[in-house]
Ligand binder design. Structure first.
Ligand code: ADP
Length: 415
């Protein structure tokens, strides 16, 4: 109850008493202005209410009707606010699901808004950095130049562990949207592709230069029959090297295309190993004693791929083991879980720092030995891909000067 009403009630009580005890006209004199004041106050409240409603229909309403209408309008208003909140939350979810960074910059390059990815990519703190100029947070000169002149080529920058690319888009009222993409993986693949092309060109150029040299000599200089036979045999050897390189490249390209073996048939690993062993003996040409222990072990997969992997391991054993060194191949079923094919040699061995990189394309520990023995630098890359496609692990153990063991461990689940 407000103060005016309290005073009115008090005065009314006093006046009633006065009317009874004294004269009715004095009571009327006191009560009339009071009634008038009350009526004016009620009217003002009603006006305020109808004004609050801002509805022409409310002008003729009673006080109670106006209150009821106001209540329902408030409820409707709350529902609208709730719907808007839900809409805003949904939009926030959508922008946060975008993997690229979105940053809204005002004309002074202050951050007005950003999505979750932008916070992560720029290592921003939503509470600390919103409102700050982006120029304080990303300071690379190329980025600042692009911010000043968005007609320039958008920069690609290394920011912390990531490589980021940027793009500015005009938004409303002079604001701009800065799109940030994490291109680390794309850049890595690009670099790999460039390195690969450079490596292949280099690998091809070396034998081609040798072949070119001999052909020139044979063409320009007087050589006897014996010399010419020697030169032609050199040309033949280099041509074989190029042929092997092209074959290995094609094999690798085929293997990289898919994650599963080209075929899915039952293969006896022991018979694969025995065929590869015959080839390795031919390559060794009697220079090494061979030992074998082959237990039948059936896998599902591609016989040609498995043969290629085992042959590569055996040919490496031959090429990196000096004359007289032992070479052993074993196929065994190891515990309940795995089938193993293992090639061990007593050759030159490999220092431990090289082991994690051996399966990279064109990675060689001893470049000249690899070349002299006709290596392409792709053998172990092929082995790795065959292993991956057959869900096998390639395990390498080696000691410099004592020899190496290369082991392919196939899971029994693929049997
Ligand atoms: P490459 O054609 O050069 O032999 P690989 O991919 O087959 O290429 O092998 C990569 C490198 O790993 C080789 O250059 C060699 O240095 C080393 N390597 C592979 N197998 C053996 C082994 N059995 N003993 C010693 N070194 C090896």
């Amino acid at each position: 109850m407000n103060r005016t009403v309290q005073i009115c009630i008090a005065v009314a009580v006093v006046s009633l008493l006065a009317a009874v005890v004294w004269t009715p006209w004095i009571a009327v004199l006191v009560l009339a202005p009071m009634a008038l004041a009350w009526a004016i106050s009620a009217r003002r409240q009603h006006q305020n209410l109808t004004e609050l409603l801002r509805d022409p229909a409310a002008i003729g309403m009673s006080f109670e009707q106006a209150i009821t209408t106001l209540r329902s309008k408030l409820k409707a208003g709350e529902a609208v606010v709730r719907d808007r909140d839900a809409e805003i939350a949904q939009r926030r979810q959508i922008t946060n699901a975008v993997p690229d960074g979105l940053l809204l910059l005002d004309p002074e390059n202050r951050i007005v808004w950003c999505n979750q990815a932008a916070l992560v990519l720029h290592s921003l703190d939503a509470f600390r950095d919103i409102g700050k100029p982006i120029t304080q947070l990303v300071r690379q000169p190329d980025f600042l130049a692009y911010l000043n002149d968005s007609t320039r080529t958008p920069p690609v920058l290394v920011v912390g562990p990531r490589t980021l690319s940027f793009k500015l888009q005009p938004a409303v009222d002079g604001a701009r949207l800065l799109l940030t993409q994490d291109v680390t993986e794309r850049e890595r693949l690009d670099r790999m592709r460039r390195d690969f092309v450079a490596n292949v060109s280099h690998e091809m150029r070396t034998p081609l230069t040798v072949v070119g040299g001999y052909v020139e000599t044979l063409t320009d200089l007087p050589v006897d029959a014996q010399q010419s036979r020697r030169f032609l045999s050199m040309i033949g050897a280099q041509t074989d090297n190029m042929k092997r390189l092209v074959e290995d490249l094609l094999t690798l390209a085929r293997l990289e295309n898919d994650l599963v073996p080209a075929e899915d048939v039952a293969v006896d690993l022991a018979s694969i190993a025995s065929d590869a062993l015959a080839d390795a003996k031919g390559l060794s040409n009697g220079a090494h004693p061979f030992h074998s222990s082959l237990v039948p072990a059936i896998l599902r997969g591609s016989p040609s791929e498995l043969r290629s992997a085992v042959s590569n391991l055996l040919s490496n054993a031959v090429r990196y083991t000096p004359k007289g060194g032992n070479i052993t191949i074993a196929v065994r079923v190891e515990d309940e879980q795995s089938v193993v094919v293992e090639v061990t040699d007593s050759g030159v061995g490999i220092a431990s720092e090289h082991i994690p990189r051996l399966t990279e394309r064109f990675y060689r520990v001893d470049r000249s030995r690899s070349r002299e023995t006709g290596g392409t630098g792709l053998g172990l890359a092929i082995v790795k891909h065959v292993a991956q496609r057959h869900r096998a692990q390639l395990e390498i153990e080696s000691t410099v000067g004592q020899g190496s063991t290369f082991r392919l461990r196939f899971l029994r689940a693929v049997l």
